[in-house]
Design a protein around this ligand. Structure first.
Ligand code: NCD
Length: 305
């Protein structure tokens, strides 16, 4: 079962098959109904964030409190002994003695995986460099299914920084378990990396790569926008040239299906103009709401006895 399979934690979206996804979605839906419980009474979650975060850290912490548990942690590498030169491995071997589960965000792609090799408690990857962000992708699927019902048959566009964006890497992997038509929409410089596409091709995912989203906007059920990941650019001049490549404007909504939904993991910079927010097709703040039941479901699976 899920609890057994994910005993070492959630490191990658690749761990999930369709049944695992359906299971955690249904557990999350149950969590929407029960706001507060005492399921994790006496348990301690550690949140180790070496990179900035608003939603991911606060929603994990809020979810843990809503399950009756407690939280310890830090939200900057600068305030932990990493600053003094301590390794991630030693940090994990310490914090596992203080907690029942560890959530980690780090700029290195392999950080969460490495942490899971050292830890006796489950590790949850809350963002590993440009690599993955599996729990965000799960809450994205919860949002889509709550809004539109089944995933099968949907036309879904993932747009923006597909090279460095970790949320789209995890989301495309989860979507490859379903019968969706995917469009990877990006400037040529920020296309999905070959290793990611190779994996999706092996899974026989049906996807097309395009640059101009306006050409297919009227066929989409979902458009998932992302921020250009400034912090991953080696050359900031390159970022400056490309940062406003896509801007979704209010007029664009006129060209969309009645049941169209616009998602974004947030933070947004310029890529969605603020006057789009009031449309009921814009569900990026609903996504932040769904982060809580999804993370409650995940934490409950990781820690219940
Ligand atoms: C994302 C992240 O950190 O990868 N944010 C999030 O967790 N909701 C997206 C981003 O930073 O662009």
């Amino acid at each position: 079962m899920f609890h057994e399979k994910f005993r070492e934690g959630i490191i990658s979206a690749k761990q999930f098959d369709k049944d695992d996804i359906e299971y955690i979605l249904s557990k999350s839906r149950e969590m929407i109904k029960k706001k507060n419980t005492d399921l994790l009474n006496g348990k301690i979650l550690a949140t180790l964030f070496f990179e900035p975060s608003t939603r991911t850290r606060l929603s994990f912490e809020s979810a843990m409190y809503r399950l009756g548990g407690n939280v310890i942690g830090f939200h900057s590498g600068d305030v932990s002994s990493i600053k003094k030169g301590e390794s991630i491995a030693d940090t994990i071997r310490t914090v596992e003695n203080y907690s029942d589960c560890i959530v980690i965000r780090h700029s290195l792609e392999g950080a969460a995986r490495m942490a899971s090799k050292f830890a006796k408690v489950p590790i949850i990857n809350a963002g590993s460099g440009s690599g993955e962000h599996p729990t965000q992708a799960l809450l994205d699927l919860l949002t889509i299914t709550q809004e539109l019902g089944s995933l099968d048959g949907l036309n879904i566009g993932l747009m923006g920084d597909l090279k460095y964006g970790r949320t789209v890497h995890s989301l495309s992997v989860l979507l490859s378990n379903f019968n969706v038509n995917a469009y990877f929409i990006s400037p040529v410089e920020l296309q999905m990396r070959n290793r990611d596409k190779d994996f999706l091709r092996q899974r026989q995912m049906n996807y097309k790569e395009i640059t101009n989203f306006r050409k297919i906007l009227n066929t989409l059920d979902v458009l998932y926008m992302t921020r250009i990941q400034k912090e991953r650019f080696v050359d900031l001049e390159e970022y400056e040239k490309i940062k406003n490549f896509y801007i979704f404007r209010k007029e664009d909504l006129e060209d969309t299906k009645e049941n169209f939904r616009l998602l974004h993991p947030l933070p947004r910079v310029n890529e969605i103009s603020p006057d789009v927010d009031s449309s009921n097709k814009s569900v990026y703040f609903k996504q932040t709401f769904y982060g809580i039941p999804m993370r409650k479901a995940i934490l409950a699976e990781m820690m219940h006895d």
